[in-house]
Write a protein that binds this ligand. Sequence first.
Ligand code: FE2
Length: 440
Amino acid sequence: MLRDKSMIEPNNICYSHGFNNEHESEALQGALPIGQFNPQKCAYGLYAEQFSTTAFTAPRHENRRTWMYRIRPSISMGDYSPIDKGLLRTAPLSGPPCPPNVMRWDAQPICETPTDFIDGLTTIAANGDANTHIGIAIHLYSANKGMENRYFCNADGELMVVPQQGELIARTELGLLKVKPGEIMVIPRGIKFQIDPIDEPIRGYVCENYGAPFTLPERGPVGANGLANQRDFEYPVAWFEDTEQASCLVTKFMGELYQAQLGHSPLDVVAWVGNSAPYKYDLSCFNVINTVSFDHPDPSIFTVLTSPSDTAGTANMDFVIFPPRWMVAENTFRPPWYHRNVMSEFMGLIHGVYDAKETGFEPGGMSLHNCMTPHGPEAEVFEKASNNQLTPQKYASTLAFMFESRYVIAPTEFALHTATRQKNYLGCWGNLKKHFDGKA
Ligand code: FE2
């Protein structure tokens, strides 16, 4: 019999603030050792366990690790055995070749049969190679029930969760987070967690980052403030389950799913200290930088988080948002320009209307414009934006985002053939007129 989790969770979840800080937290007073990490005996009979998501020898400014003080070490578990991975896929994909076409999908319907977060994961696209820690996968999630006695752990990458519908609660080894549409959450590679709907079915996007952990982009001449500020990133405080009932840890490893039985909850960390931890961020905190004179800057000005690759300025994955903002550019075509890009672009829409596509790109939907695939505003948007009177204009009630990667984003076989793939996306540019007549 499962406990009612609402009996053991606080009504108001607390967070500590600061991106990549050395956070520390204890759910029982005195559980966190002072002045050292692994004393001969830990308080309360806890076990010390180090959790490293970068190599021990990673440069100090990139190093991520957390010390956990837990009821049992993580190895207190049964052996793994493989289970069905459903529609979850991992790069390198073995499916059909990736065509260079522009692609767009309607929103995937929310699951109707009882489905938890793990079973509701569907892979849309991937690139790189999870086994060499390069690239990403893009999944959709949809769940209408809690994970109950199941817990999830992903050894293949960290998970960025981008809710599109419904608030969720994440119970993690390092504490609790509530996340709703308009916010994002990042769960480091290897952290054990549950994600449950709170009061309605949930749906959204997941970027599984096989590469370097997400970090804040450099600001360059923008200066010491602006874009995503460190202070707005929220980390959980220590919270634990001390239970002695059967549970199951599902682990994703090298693209396959495995499960192991436990006689207790794996969320048994009573205190912790470190900088590798889940965090959430409210996208409305993003300080938008844009032109106050003319021309449309590159969308990199909207980068919230980046996973760098080994080539400077060329990301494994950039997470970019198109939030509410004022447009004031003079003598400028204000929507995104037509372009071809060496980087590959996957877009999703959380709510509202995206300025380059006023029809056909719906909340929960997605589009894919791969390396060198031409794209830009649809024909009607071009005509309108070319003739609008350029007064200051507020783009309100809109929130689109982009996962942008240096590696070609290949759709899965499911994504290529699912009924939600639009058959005539190209048609939105079909009415582009020839305006050229040779006369100045
Ligand atoms: Fe683009």
